[in-house]
Every structure is written in C-alpha cells, then in structure tokens.
Design a binder for this molecule. Structure first.
Ligand SMILES: Nc1ncnc2c1ncn2[C@@H]1O[C@H](COP(=O)(O)OP(=O)(O)OP(=O)(O)O)[C@@H](O)[C@H]1O
Length: 259
C-alpha cells in the first residue's frame, strides 16, 4: 500500500526510494514537498499523478538524482545515489538515465540528428558513429527523412519524438518524462505517448512519467497518485498494461526497424 516500506529483495527492481523527504526553505517558509515516500521502480511504465504542488516533479527529480533529497535514500540497482558526490551523480545520470521534458529541450541551432547524438558524443563516441546511430533511432521512431531538420522546422509532436530518441540513444536504464505531452494537442499527445511507452519498452528501459492528464497515465502499467508529499493511491493497468521485457537485440525496433 502507499508509503509502506517495501522489502529490498524485490525482483528486477531498478530504483528504490526509501523514506524520501524533501523540504525547500526552512522555518516559517519551509515547503515539505516530499514527506516520507517509499517507491520501487521496476521494468515497465509508471505514471505519477496528483494535484499541482503535491510533489510530483520533486519526486521525479529526486529519483533521477537531479535533486538531493533532504532525507531518505534513492538507489539505482543497489547503488546509493543520495551519497554520491555531485560529479558522480551527474556521471551516473548521463550514463543511466534519459530525460524528456514538456518542450524546449532541443538545441535550436542543431539539426535533429545532432540533437539526438549529443549524449553519445558527451560520452566520447566519435561524431560519425554517433550520427549514424542517431539517424537509426530517428528512423525507428518514425522520423526518417527529417534527420537534418532543426527543431524550429518540426511540429511539436515531431520535436517530442526527437527528444524521445535523444533520451533513448545511450540505452539508459530509466527514462524520466515530466509532462511530455503538456505542450501538445490531445491526439498528438496520445501518439507521442504511444511512441514513448513503445520505444522505452522495446529498449528495455523503465519509464517514469509525471502528468496531470489521465489520458497519458492510461498508457502506463502503473499509476501512483500524490498528495501533500505522500503517495496516497496506486493503480495497476488491467492485464498488466504494456510491460515489455528487455530487448534481445542490441537495440529497440519500433516502427518495424530492427537495429
Ligand atoms: N525550488 C523550490 N523552492 C521552494 N519551494 C519549492 C521549490 N520547488 C517546489 N517547491 C514547492 O514544493 C511543493 C511541491 O512542488 P512540485 O513542483 O514538486 O509539485 P508538482 O506536483 O510537480 O506541481 P505541478 O503539478 O504544479 O508542477 C510545492 O509546494 C512547491 O511550491
């Protein structure tokens, strides 16, 4: 049940958060954004819902090592994130996590494939290989022919697909998405969620999505609801939702394209 301690022995657990607290400010202006959260992230997709100010983004940022919580612990496959130095946490984030935000995350002056290639090049891959791999991911995600377009020359939905390809290209363990469809119309948002859930599943990555939209949460295997810094409800999609096993190939094959 919500906020109850969960044994550390669960199979296939990727991230484990225990008694997570996050307080912004102090004294009379302290905001207790997280008030003791226990959560395990397993393969598959998780939606985090709840009213504005309930702590969704703070939870996502603590799970992803962007914020250091004021109390409790977060571990990735048994490795504590909360005690790592900022530098090591940044390295781990780059290696193990992908991110998709609402909008504005692509570099406007770079073509789509260079945007996708950035995480690979930051990791030391040479430009030619990184671009070849990025082109492959863009094709996989339905953007063949648009590799050279700059973000300003793409629709909102196409730009989000580029962001999804960039989040996945370095084969992360977890993709974190904060309101990934928030800037899109409903149909485009549904299409983007199909791609996001399908591509992360085929890549064998877990997906964590913060959303206000029940239509977005419906794409996920599991939904938790937050209120006042606590998890107050948990819901599993009927029939186990869209859980995908790890890919047996060396990469995902969305839209019929095999790596
Ligand atoms: N940098 C900050 N400094 C001070 N308080 C903050 C900060 N960030 C968030 N808060 C407070 O922490 C609480 C949780 O915020 P958070 O952004 O996690 O909520 P949320 O559920 O994601 O909200 P929304 O749906 O509006 O994005 C809120 O009371 C918010 O005002």
């Amino acid at each position: 049940m919500p906020d109850q301690p969960v044994p550390d022995t669960m199979v296939a657990m990727i991230i484990s958060a225990r008694n997570l607290t996050m307080t912004y400010g102090s004294g009379g202006i302290a905001a207790h954004a997280l008030a003791g959260v226990n959560l395990d992230i397993e393969p598959g997709s998780l939606a985090i819902m709840g009213p504005s100010g309930s702590g969704k983004t703070t939870l996502l940022h603590c799970l992803a090592g962007i914020l250091r919580p004021t109390g409790g612990s977060v571990s990735l496959r048994g490795q504590q994130l909360t005690t790592l130095s900022d530098r090591d946490r940044t390295a781990l984030r780059r290696r193990d996590f992908g991110f998709v935000f609402q909008s504005g995350q692509l570099l406007a002056e770079l073509p789509a494939n260079e945007n996708v290639a950035l995480p690979l090049m930051l990791d030391g891959m040479n430009h030619r290989l990184a671009i070849a791999r990025s082109d492959e991911y863009l094709r996989m995600i339905g953007l063949a022919g648009l590799e050279q377009r700059r973000p300003g020359e793409l629709s909102g939905g196409q730009a989000q697909r580029v962001a999804i390809a960039r989040a996945l290209v370095a084969e992360p363990a977890v993709v974190f998405a904060d309101e990934p469809t928030g800037a899109l119309d409903q149909q485009t948002g549904q299409d983007v969620m199909d791609v996001l859930v399908g591509a992360t599943g085929q890549a064998g990555a877990a997906l964590v999505v913060v959303t206000h939209d029940p239509g977005v949460a419906r794409h996920c295997d599991r939904t938790i609801t937050m209120r006042d810094g606590h998890i107050v409800a948990e819901h599993f999609a009927p029939g186990g939702g869209h859980v995908h096993g790890p890919s047996t190939s060396s990469g995902p094959s969305v839209a019929g394209v095999q790596r």
